[in-house]
Write a protein that binds this ligand. Structure first.
Ligand SMILES: [Fe+2]
Length: 250
């Protein structure tokens, strides 16, 4: 009997291959304590210096309950609002997997949390960054639409050998963007929302550069992910960024 030839597409990893069970019971008492300390400290420090959609999302998702959130419970509140859901993954996933997840309204959550000794600094995103930083904004319908679009554009860009372009736009908005809101500059990006050390520097620091966001300027600006950013782009809010990204060709 003739076998179908195996194509490259059959062998390429799929986003589903990276999903693991959260196994919430494996988190230790210290893990839960670290979440509680990080959460309380970050909410108090950010106050109203973070954009309103983020604050609304924190309330809607009831993230203030003690301990590491259970993803199934989080999804029960998130998915009916915007169709987004979270999945656990072992750690950072390759860009093509990440964008494929976003295109399907799936957000990957690294299934580990920093230790007490690492409260202030961690060189890879843990579940505090992934949940606290990203998930509140995913409850906003405009952000929900924009993140799916980023996933589609990123997937198409990688297929053309231009994945870096979308990665930069993502970095300078979703991760490290600032936003003008009500006459003030506020935190927009998840990398800043979840960082005790960096958000105040981004807002108030004298030794950083702040530029007006545009997708073209962001796409043309490289970044490094292993130290605090020297440059932040200021956007005009989630709807403005979503419209600019909508306007990009696939
Ligand atoms: Fe992130």
């Amino acid at each position: 009997m003739l076998q179908q030839p195996i194509s490259a597409a059959d062998l390429a990893p799929r986003w589903q291959d990276y999903v693991i069970p959260q196994d919430w019971a494996h988190f230790t008492a210290e893990d839960h304590r670290v979440w509680d300390i990080l959460f309380a400290r970050q909410v108090a420090a950010l106050g109203t210096r973070i954009v309103q959609p983020f604050r609304d999302g924190l309330d809607l998702l009831d993230l203030s309950r003690p301990g590491v959130p259970e993803l199934a419970e989080l999804n029960a509140r998130l998915e009916p609002r915007t169709g987004w859901r979270t999945v656990a993954v072992p750690g950072l996933v390759p860009d093509e997997i990440f964008f494929a997840m976003l295109a399907n309204r799936i957000f990957p959550i690294g299934n580990f949390i920093r230790t007490y000794e690492q409260l202030d600094y961690l060189d890879e995103p843990d579940l505090f960054h992934d949940i606290f930083g990203h998930v509140p904004m995913l409850s906003d319908p405009r952000m929900a639409r924009m993140m799916e679009r980023i996933g589609r554009l990123g997937t198409a860009g990688i297929a053309r050998g231009e994945g870096e372009r979308m990665a930069r736009i993502y970095w300078h908005s979703v991760e490290f963007g600032l936003s003008r809101e009500g006459g003030a500059i506020k935190i927009f990006g998840a990398g800043l929302a979840s960082s005790f050390g960096e958000f105040a520097k981004a807002l108030d620091g004298a030794d950083v550069e702040r530029r007006t966001f545009s997708v073209e300027a962001a796409a043309a600006t490289p970044y490094e992910n292993d130290h605090m950013q020297p440059l932040y782009f200021i956007n005009e809010g989630v709807e403005a960024v979503a419209q600019a990204i909508d306007a990009l060709a696939l």
